[in-house]
Design a protein. Structure first.
Length: 171
């Protein structure tokens, strides 16, 4: 092979190797968080230690695939007999260490008649690092049916709360 052909072949090979994760359908972004709820806001409503998760627990996973599709689940159990919900995540927007997710409620026990099933739900998470020396990771309220927070692609700033015993991961 001549130098010019070898150079072009090398460039083509590098481009193909760089594209393998995209062709393989590997995730572009992934968000994970979960643990006991323990926002200081709930301290006045329960007698238990916040570290025990007086408001129950939550779990969120969202993955953006190479083709742009998004899959994931979001569940929040409100505790104290106040029900909870499950949602299928269909939108993920990541900017640095912050992610916005949204989806549709598929099951809820917040109301007696499941009237919120089918409504949009969204939340925001911030990954502030994994070290004990880093500030706590954060999550926003679960915004259900609020048109202001309708879709994650709008990336609306929200009030954030520390996640004391959960670990947000935004990749």
């Amino acid at each position: 092979m001549r130098k010019k052909e070898l150079f072009l072949f090398s460039i083509l090979l590098i481009a193909l190797l760089a594209a393998i994760p995209v062709f393989a359908g590997g995730p572009l972004h992934r968000v994970q968080v979960g643990g006991p709820d323990g926002f200081e806001f709930f301290a006045e409503f329960c007698d238990r230690d916040l570290r025990a998760g007086c408001e129950a627990n939550f779990s969120l996973t969202a993955t953006m695939h190479a083709d742009g599709s998004v899959t994931g689940q979001y569940a929040d159990q409100s505790g104290q007999g106040n029900g909870g919900f499950h949602a299928t995540i269909d939108c993920l927007y990541v900017e640095g260490n912050q992610a916005w997710v949204s989806g549709v409620l598929t099951h809820e026990t917040i109301s007696d008649d499941s009237r919120y099933v089918g409504w949009p739900v969204s939340t925001t998470v911030i990954d502030n690092g994994g070290s004990a020396n880093d500030p706590p990771d954060q999550i926003s309220w679960s915004n259900i049916g609020d048109p202001f927070y309708n879709h994650c692609s709008e990336a609306v700033p929200d009030e954030m709360f520390d996640v004391p015993h959960g670990q947000v991961q935004v990749r």
